[in-house]
Design a protein around this ligand. Sequence first.
Ligand code: GLC
Length: 482
Amino acid sequence: MRILFLAAEAAPFAKVGGLGDVVGSLPWALSRRNPHDDVRLVLPLHPTVDAQRWGLYPLTAFTVAHRNGPITAEIYATEHRGLPVYFITGVPVLAVPGVYSPDPHADAVKYAFFSLAALALARYLDWPPDIIHAHDWHTALAVHALAQRRDHDAFFAHTRTVLTVHNLPYMGAPAPLLLEAFGLPPAPPESGLPEWARTTPLPMGLAAADAITTVSPTYAREILTPEFGHGLEGFLRTRRDHLFGILNGLDTDLWNPATDPSLDVRYTPTTLGLRERNAAALRDEVGLPQPEGRVPLIGLVSRLTSQKGVDVIADALRLLPEQRWQAVLLGTGEPHLEDALRRLEADFPNRVRAVLRYDDGLARRIYAGVDMLMMPSRYEPCGVAQMIAMRYGAVPVATETGGLADTVRDVDLSRRSTGFLLPEATPKALAFALRRAFAVFADRRRWQALQRRGMAEDFSWDKPAQAYARLYANLLTPAPNP
Ligand code: GLC
C-alpha cells in the first residue's frame, strides 16, 4: 500500500502542538506494523526547519498554476528513520516566518499552494498513492482538489482520501477569491455544506474525503452536536457513516520516565518513591519553597489558549486558599492568559510559579515531579498531556470531554480509576475536583495505586496504527456490485 501523509507539522522537524506529535509518530508506527507498506510524508519547508540538521537535499522543482502566473515549488527530500520525507518551499511558504502566520490570508495562500504542490509531487515521483492521509484545514484542499480531478485523471483514479480533524474550530479562512486564483471551484452545492463552508478549506475537505477521522471516539460524537460542531454539525451528521474516532497514541520511547535524560532521577512503577526527589528538584529549579510535610504539587503544561481552560485554573486555585498546595504552570500563548498566570503568582508567591516560555526539559521535569496535572479543557479532540502525565505517574485532573473522557477513568467510578474528571470547565468544578484529589492524596497507599494504574495504561501507537491500517484497507476494497 502506498500511503502519503500531508500535514503542516511533524516532530522533530516542526512542532507547534499535538498535531506535530501525531504526524511525527503515526507514519512510522504504520510502517513498523507493515514494513511492506510504502509510507511517505510531505511537509512545508517552514523557514524554521533545520535543513542541515535533517540532511535535506534538493530533489526537483516544478510550478503550481495561479491566475497571476505559475508559482515555482522547490522540493527537498530526506530519509528519516527509514521513511522518505519531502519538503516543499516557494514564495508563499517563504512569506510566513514560522509554521503558521498571524495573518490568515498569508496562511491561506501558503497552505493552498502547499496542498496543490503536494499532489503535483506525487505525479512527479510517478508514485500514485493508494491513500492520501491529510490533517486539519492546512491540507484539506488537497483532498478537495483530488476529488475534483479523480474522475478524469487516470493517475489519481484509485487514490482514496482520509482527512483527520485534530481541532474542528480551526477551519482556515473562507477564501473564495484565493481558491479561484488557484483554479479551485467551491465545494458543490450537493455537498450539503452551509454556504459559508463551501469556500472554507476544512469543510471543503470534509465534504470531499472518502473517510473523516477525529482523534478520539468521544470527540467524533461531540462534533455532531451544536455545542461542538461549529455550524457543521448538520453537515457532519449526513457524513456520519464515513466518520470515525481513532484515539491518538503516544510515542512511548520519547516519553518514558525510566529513560528520560531530562529528569534528575529516573524511575519505574516499582520505584515510584523516587518521584519525591524529582518534586524537590523541581521546586528548587523554579524557586518554590520546600514545604513541611506532604503538600500536593500541581502542574500545568499547555499552550495558553482558551480551549485549555487556563483562565479556569487561575480562578479555581483562588477558590482553595484554605488548602495546602503548590503549583508549577508552564506554557506560552494568549497574552491575557499569560497575564492571568503572572497575577496568580504575584498573589501566591510561596505557592505558584508561572514559567511563561516553551521549555521541553522543564515540561518533562514537571510531568516527573508534580502529583497532579490539570487539564480543564473546554473541548479536547484528544489531548496528549494527560497521557504523558499518566505515564510519568502524575494524576490527571481533567474535563470529561473528547479524548480526556476516553483516556482518564474517574476515581468515583471504579477501582480501575486513573484520575479525576470534572463535568465542565468551570472554576468551581475544577476546585471541587482538586479537593477530591487532595483527599485521595492524603492516603499515600491509595494515591500510589492510582499512580501505578495510570503508568500501566497502554497508550502506544500500535492500536491506533492498526485501526488506521484497517480503515485504509476498507477504503481500498471496492464496494460489492449490486
Ligand atoms: C490538537 C487538539 C488536541 C489533539 C492534537 C493532536 O492540538 O487540540 O486535543 O491531541 O490536536 O491530535
